[in-house]
Each structure stands twice: as structure tokens, then as C-alpha cells.
Design a protein around this ligand. Structure first.
Ligand SMILES: [Zn+2]
Length: 199
């Protein structure tokens, strides 16, 4: 497969100043800009807190069944509302990315899954406010009937012959396209987290 692990909708060089804190989240002192580790960062002169602006870690899951892929339409109040995507979401601090995949799939589709492989990790510079790094997994359904929930309002099993609907993320369209061409490279995942019973 031709590897594509970087998707961008802007030059990716400068994040939005909207992300900068004005006051220290720890002690409420007004922050100042200071050169730290090669970049100008918001810094608290009272408690020495430094605000590092980092990408957000996420997961996306390609659930396959009989050659079809489960996609969902995004709710009105979500980013890229009304567009379609793979079940996806952010990794919480207390979980690993495989457990995050089980949780997000269950929240958004009601399905319990077996994770079958890791097929990509991508940087997605979506806009100057939002940069995600997403582990893309494949999975099969082990229990449940698809029912949209959380950020998704409609689910659809997309087949090779369907035209693509308006997709929210270029990376999802890339992954699904490679799946239909049978060109995904599948890396095994840690068997301890392929199936979880405690969702
Ligand atoms: Zn402080």
C-alpha cells in the first residue's frame, strides 16, 4: 500500500492563538510568553507552569462485515457536523488506545468488537485549532446490533459499490479506500486488548 500518514488542511506551521491560556490553570497568575525548548510558550512566572501545545491522541476504527465498512453521520454539535466518519474519538488519560477504541465504538455504535489489526497512525492537521494523531484499527463485531449514539446520529454499512458520502476526515476516506482495494497492511495488536469485557 502507498503509505499516507499525514493529512493537512493548512500549512501546519502555526497553531491558533485561541489555544493559548491567558491565566495559569494552576495558580491563576497572568501568563507571559517565554522562549522555552526552542519555542515561545505561555509561562507562569509565579509557579513556573509552562503550557505545551500538543496534538490530541485519538483512535478510529474500521469495522468490517462481509466486505462492508460501518460509517456514521456526525451530530449537529460535533466538529464537521453532518459529515460521515469511521467511529472515532479521543483517548482518555486512564486508558490505552485499544481500550479507547472499544469504548468509542460501544458509545457510538452499541457494538462490542474484536480488534483485528492496526493499519495506520496518522497526523491530521485539521485546522490551526485542531491537530490529532490517530491510530487506525480494524475490527469485527462480536456482539450487538448497530445503534447510533454519542457523536453519531446515523449509521450505514458502506460497500465498495457505494459512492463516498461527504466525509469529515480525509484520513478515513483514505483508509476505507485502501480497504476496498484490499491494500491495508495489518499489524497485529496486543492480544490482551483485542477483546475487553469491561467496557
Ligand atoms: Zn502558575
Amino acid at each position: 500500500m502507498i503509505i499516507k500518514q499525514y493529512f493537512n488542511s493548512y500549512d501546519g506551521k502555526q497553531y491558533s492563538s485561541e489555544l493559548d491560556f491567558v491565566y495559569c490553570p494552576k495558580c491563576s497568575t497572568r501568563l507571559v510568553k517565554k522562549e522555552i525548548d526552542g519555542s515561545s510558550r505561555s509561562y507562569c512566572s509565579a509557579c513556573h507552569y509552562v503550557q505545551y501545545i500538543n496534538p490530541l491522541p485519538g483512535v478510529a476504527v474500521l469495522i468490517e462485515k462481509g466486505g462492508k465498512v460501518l460509517i456514521g453521520r456526525r451530530s449537529q454539535n460535533s466538529f464537521e457536523s453532518d459529515k460521515w466518519c469511521l467511529p472515532c474519538g479521543y483517548v482518555e488519560h486512564h486508558e490505552n488506545y485499544l481500550n479507547a477504541a472499544h469504548r468509542e465504538v460501544f458509545e457510538e455504535t452499541g457494538l462490542e468488537i474484536e480488534i483485528t489489526s492496526l493499519v495506520n497512525v496518522s497526523s491530521n492537521q485539521l485546522n490551526p485549532n485542531l491537530h490529532t494523531i490517530v491510530a487506525v484499527l480494524t475490527a469485527e463485531v462480536i456482539k450487538g446490533t448497530p445503534k447510533p449514539g454519542d457523536d453519531l446520529v446515523e449509521l450505514y454499512w458502506l460497500s465498495h459499490s457505494d459512492p463516498f458520502p461527504d466525509m469529515a476526515f480525509e484520513g478515513d476516506e483514505f483508509t476505507i479506500g485502501k480497504y476496498f482495494e484490499d491494500k491495508l497492511v495489518r499489524i497485529p495488536v496486543d492480544p490482551r486488548f483485542k477483546i475487553v469485557n469491561q467496557l
